[in-house]
Design a binder for this molecule. Structure first.
Ligand SMILES: [Cu+2]
Length: 123
């Protein structure tokens, strides 16, 4: 789900909900745009080897099926720099965690991905 969470009128936060999603291999994941102006695209270097990348259009409801186990990092292109990012973990497989940590990001996305990846480690 992609949404703009209104904390108050002056402060709009762009988020994926949930920010971390755990699924089984072969599960279908649907990105539902509940607000306008978002997309979902996988981040190069943050998907497991052999995993299928995706790049949804803005405002598009997107279905993907993830079969290769591992961590998939993704982002909203219009809000990448403000940290609108998320993780999907397939099959409880964290084997590409070290590789995912090496990916580089602009602006607040760096902090946002670091925080999400840390949550995986401490689980
Ligand atoms: Cu967005």
């Amino acid at each position: 789900m992609m949404l703009n969470a209104d904390c108050n009128d002056a402060n709009v936060i762009n988020v994926f909900e949930p920010a971390i999603l755990h699924v089984k291999s072969g599960d279908r994941v649907t990105f539902i745009p509940t607000e306008e102006g978002h997309n979902a695209a996988s981040k190069r270097g943050m998907i497991p080897e052999g995993g299928e990348p995706w790049n949804g259009a803005v405002d598009e409801e997107l279905n993907i099926t993830l079969t290769v186990p591992g961590i998939y990092g993704y982002l909203c292109l219009p809000h990448y720099e403000v940290g609108m990012v998320g993780l999907i973990v397939v099959g409880n497989d964290l084997s590409n965690l070290a590789a995912a940590k090496k990916a580089r990001h602009p602006g607040d996305a760096r902090k946002a991905f670091r925080s999400l990846l840390r949550q995986l480690e401490t689980k």
